[in-house]
Design a binder for this molecule. Structure first.
Ligand code: HEM
Length: 374
């Protein structure tokens, strides 16, 4: 595809797929031409009730000045220095989880560790009880789901599921924001409630903020940890080098982000007519830059289909690029490092349990639902 049809139109999904590194780079680097705001899409007809949805009021779907204003509200909390200060607490969380999980020598890496770990971390940062995490999982999975069955009935059921999850999540955070507006604490919900109180954020924006922070960072980080273990168990020599410290854990994590990217694709809307690889993209068209494909482009990566734990340089798009570059990247990298080190310390040998693996139910997210190990 990357070679023969680097930019192609998919009639069914009504969007342009873009596969090459140089084109993905160009799209992410030019937010004025390739907007993140789905309201500009000519193929998407949003029902009036969805127009006011907090999901559409986040930095992820904002452009220009508004995007900068939203991102600025919480940026300081996610800087590497702020995140590093919390490393010890995160190490304790990982240790406690593994102590409970490694029972009888068998565990499910996803259910017992890779899912709860980032959720507990973000719940603590936000300031919500991590015991609510079974609910978070249901909501998050529904919100990142993409429909597989395109029949009218299935699409309607899908839309209803998404609406219900977003309503429940909004209700949940509404109560928390009210609480912090009265009684401020040292947590992200208080920062967001304060910005809303000073009218730097609208009510929908404040709600969208809480929802985005909860959802953006958990399924993705779960899959980074899960995908890392899948890469390493499939490459025992690499596993040995990482375990013994011969290969750095940091470059290993970067290689997993490239080789098995948890976020495979993004979406943008063309704001003007534009040409890409000789194809004419029209204003209002949806454009899908495939990060996972660009990350294996031989024009940029030497032997791209090889998993090399010490690959350098490694300019992958695992966290995107440009103005929307992942806000949580320093946190996700630290969680992966702490999580993998904790697993290495407490297990002598990790082998996949052998059951058939089921992919996550989303076209854009790459990972498995369960990963038994022994
Ligand atoms: C944006 C990936 C973890 C919060 C993004 C984008 C990608 C990405 C590709 C760009 C979206 C775009 O350009 O449209 C990942 C991966 C993660 C991860 C692979 C884990 C391995 C996290 C965590 C958080 C987070 C832990 C925080 C709790 C965000 C936010 C944005 C974002 C708020 C939107 C930034 C903006 O629009 O300016 N992420 N992410 N992510 N991520 Fe992450």
């Amino acid at each position: 595809m990357r070679e023969e049809q680097p930019v192609r139109y998919d009639q069914n999904r009504q969007c342009w797929d873009v596969f090459r590194y140089e084109d993905v780079d160009r799209i992410l680097d030019d937010p004025e031409t390739f907007s993140s705001n789905p309201r500009l899409a000519s193929a998407i007809d949003l029902p009036p009730e969805a127009e006011q949805s907090p999901i559409l009021e986040t930095m992820l779907t904002a452009d220009g000045e508004r995007h900068g204003r939203l991102r600025g509200v919480v940026e300081d909390w996610f800087r590497p220095r702020a995140i590093t200060q919390r490393a010890e607490r995160f190490e304790d969380i990982a240790a406690d989880l593994l102590e409970d999980a490694i029972d009888g020598g068998r565990m499910d890496l996803i259910d017992d560790f890779a899912y709860p770990f980032p959720v507990i971390v973000i719940a603590e940062l936000l300031g919500v009880p991590s015991e609510d995490r079974p609910q978070f999982r249901g909501w998050s999975e529904t919100l990142v789901e993409t429909p597989t069955d395109t029949s009218e009935a299935a699409l309607e059921a899908f839309r209803q599921r998404q609406e219900q999850a977003s309503e429940e999540l909004a209700e949940y955070f509404e109560a928390k924001l009210e609480d912090r507006a009265r009684d401020s604490k040292d947590d992200l919900i208080s920062v967001i409630a304060e910005a809303a109180g000073e009218e730097r954020l609208s009510h929908e924006e404040a709600l969208g903020f809480c929802m985005l922070l909860l959802v953006a960072g958990n399924i993705t980080t779960t899959n980074l940890i899960g995908n890392a273990m899948r890469c390493l168990t499939a490459h025992p020599a690499a596993m040995e080098r990482v375990r013994t410290g011969e290969a750095p854990i940091e470059s290993t994590i970067e290689e997993v982000l490239r080789y098995r990217s948890p976020v495979q694709a993004l979406a943008r809307i063309a704001t003007r007519d534009v040409e890409l690889q000789g194809m004419s993209i029209e204003e209002g068209d949806t454009v899908v830059p495939w990060l996972g494909s660009a990350n294996r482009d031989p024009a940029v990566f030497d032997a791209p289909d090889q998993f090399r734990v010490d690959r350098a340089p490694n300019p992958h798009f695992g966290f995107g690029r440009g103005t929307h570059y992942c806000l949580g990247a320093p946190l996700a990298r630290m969680e992966a490092r702490i999580g993998l080190n904790a697993l290495f310390e407490r297990t002598a040998d990790v082998r996949p349990g052998g059951e058939r693996l089921q992919p996550v139910r989303s076209a854009f997210i790459y990972g498995v639902q369960e990963l038994p190990i022994e």
